[in-house]
Write a protein that binds this ligand. Structure first.
Ligand SMILES: NC(=O)c1ccc[n+]([C@@H]2O[C@H](COP(=O)([O-])OP(=O)(O)OC[C@H]3O[C@@H](n4cnc5c(N)ncnc54)[C@H](O)[C@@H]3O)[C@@H](O)[C@H]2O)c1
Length: 248
C-alpha cells in the first residue's frame, strides 16, 4: 500500500516506541516525514530503520517548549514543502500514589502531554490544507478508564482527548479531520518506566489485563496510519480505543 505517496507528515515522539513504529509505517507507505523527538539518539535509530519509498528527516525539539514547537512546524513546512498530516505521539508517563503526587509531576505531565500536543495543533493548522488536512493525537485508554496510581497521567490524557474532540468540532468547517487514538497497554520503554513501586495493590491491573496481551507498537502504528489515511476520510471527532479488549 502506498496510501501516503506525496503526503507530508509531521510526527512527534518518533524516537521510540509507538512514534518510531508510526514513522516506519508511514515511510513504508510513501510519506515524507519530519520526525520530531527530544532524543537525537532515538531519532537516529528511527532514521536507520526507515525503509522507503517515502523519506524521513529528523528534527530534535522539546514539544513542551513553545519556541521549539513553532520552529519545528516551520521546519516541517519548509523541508517538506507544506504539511498534510500532523501526528502527536510524544508523551511521558508517571506512576505515583496520590499521596506522593507533586506539583512538578502534574505540571510536567500536562506540559508534555497536553501543552505539547495543543501547540503543535495550533501551529500546524496554519499549514494544513482545507478539505484534506488531518490531525491524529495519541491519548490513552487511561483518558476514559480509571487506573490507580495514574491520576495525573490519566488527567493529562483526558485533556488530550477533550482537546482533540473540541478541535475536531472547530476545524470541521475547514474540512480538516481530528482523531484521537487511545492505546491500552503497549510494549514500549514508556510502559517499562511505569512499573508500580513495591507494596502497591496490583489486583486492579490483573482485572484489566488485555485478553490479546500488550500490543506491539506496530499495532498502534497501523491504527494511526489508518486514521491519518484517506481510508478514514469519513472519520473525525472520534476516539479510536486500541486496547486489545481490556475494557470489553
Ligand atoms: N506504551 C503504552 O502502553 C501507552 C499506552 C497508552 C498511551 N501511550 C501513549 O503513546 C505515546 C507514545 O508512547 P510510547 O509508549 O511509544 O513511549 P516511548 O517512551 O517509547 O516514546 C515516547 C517518545 O516521546 C519522546 N518525548 C517525550 N517527551 C518529549 C518532549 N518533551 N519533547 C519531545 N519528545 C519527547 C521520547 O523521547 C520518546 O522518544 C505517549 O503519548 C503515551 O502516553 C502509550
Amino acid at each position: 500500500m502506498n496510501r501516503f505517496e506525496g503526503s507530508k507528515v509531521l510526527l512527534t515522539g518518533a524516537g521510540s516506541g509507538i512514534g518510531r513504529a508510526t514513522a516506519l509505517r508511514l515511510v513504508s507507505e510513501g510519506a515524507a516525514v519530519l520526525a520530531v523527538d527530544r532524543s537525537p539518539e532515538g531519532l537516529a535509530e528511527t532514521v536507520r530503520a526507515a525503509a522507503g519509498p517515502g523519506r524521513i528527516t529528523p528534527h530534535v525539539a522539546d514539544v513542551a517548549d513553545e519556541r521549539s514547537v513553532v520552529a519545528a512546524v516551520d521546519a516541517a513546512a519548509a523541508e517538506l514543502g507544506g504539511l498534510d498530516v500532523l501526528v502527536n505521539v510524544a508523551g511521558i508517563h508517571r506512576t505515583t500514589p496520590i499521596a506522593d503526587l507533586t506539583v512538578d509531576d502534574l505540571r510536567r505531565l500536562f506540559d508534555v502531554n497536553l501543552v505539547g500536543t495543543a501547540l503543535f495543533c495550533r501551529e500546524a493548522l496554519r499549514h494544513l490544507p482545507d478539505g484534506t488536512g488531518v490531525i491524529v493525537n495519541v491519548a490513552s485508554s487511561a483518558a476514559a478508564h480509571g487506573n490507580p496510581y495514574m491520576t495525573a497521567y490519566s488527567a493529562s490524557k483526558g485533556a488530550v482527548l477533550g482537546f482533540t474532540l473540541s478541535l475536531a468540532a472547530e476545524v470541521v468547517g475547514r474540512g480538516i479531520r481530528a482523531v484521537a487514538v487511545s492505546p491500552g497497554s503497549v510494549a514500549t520503554p514508556l510502559t517499562a518506566s511505569g512499573v508500580l513501586p513495591p507494596g502497591l495493590d496490583r489486583s486492579y491491573y490483573a482485572r484489566i489485563a488485555p485478553p490479546f496481551g500488550a500490543a506491539a507498537p506496530e499495532r498502534i502504528a497501523g491504527t494511526i496510519a489508518y486514521a491519518a489515511s484517506s481510508d478514514a476520510g469519513h472519520l473525525t471527532g472520534v476516539d479510536l480505543r486500541v486496547d486489545g479488549g481490556a475494557h470489553i
